[in-house]
Design a protein around this ligand. Structure first.
Ligand code: OFO
Length: 186
């Protein structure tokens, strides 16, 4: 329960509102990936579907991490409304072109948010956001590698099947890295 004392917070309302905008962006990211996963599964791209379902969980975690931070800082995290999702894609490649574009937009949003927090002297939020800065660097690089698969392998003949296989390998590698990081942290 919030009392008049616990309701007091140093969290600047503008920072809180911008953090909530980022909560929404992470929620949108999660459902973009979910919608893409379903499209891929429906078309028989089973490894890509697994990759994207896995990423849906990652983005959900990013959203939750932000929500918990806002509430712990004394603000009010707002569960986002997700509307206007896209359900159809023109091609397998288009899914991954969209992902790269989206991740670049998320990186810019995170950088602007971190910049705003710094200028507002909200160093706690600035520091908290460094995790997202590093995460976006990684996600953008994975998204670029995915698009490169289409350029390198090509979509002719068995190309699409091979690309799907490579995406499966990338997912295994990501999971192994995550497990190793978990072991280091333990
Ligand atoms: Fe939330 O990491 Fe990408 O979008």
């Amino acid at each position: 329960m919030k009392t008049s004392i616990t309701a007091k917070t140093s969290l600047n309302p503008e920072v809180e509102s911008k953090l909530n905008k980022q909560v929404r962006m992470e929620g949108i990211s999660a459902f973009y990936y979910l919608s893409m996963a379903s499209w891929c599964e429906n078309r028989g791209f089973v490894n890509a579907a697994e990759f994207l379902y896995d990423h849906f969980e990652e983005e959900k975690m990013h959203m939750l991490k932000l929500m918990r931070y806002i509430n712990e800082a004394g603000g009010h995290a707002i569960a986002p409304e997700i509307t206007n999702l896209r359900y159809e894609y023109g091609s397998f490649r288009e899914v991954f072109d969209q992902i790269l574009e989206h991740e670049i937009a998320v990186s810019r949003a995170i950088n602007n948010l971190a910049d705003f927090c710094f200028k507002e002297k909200d160093f706690a939020s600035f520091q908290f956001l460094q995790w997202y800065v590093a995460e976006q660097r990684e996600e953008e690089s994975v998204a670029r590698r995915l698009v490169e698969l289409f350029d390198i392998i090509g979509e002719e003949g068995q190309g699409i099947w091979l690309i799907d296989q490579e995406i499966g390998k990338m997912l295994q590698q990501i999971k192994a890295e995550r497990a190793a990081e978990g072991e280091e942290a333990a």
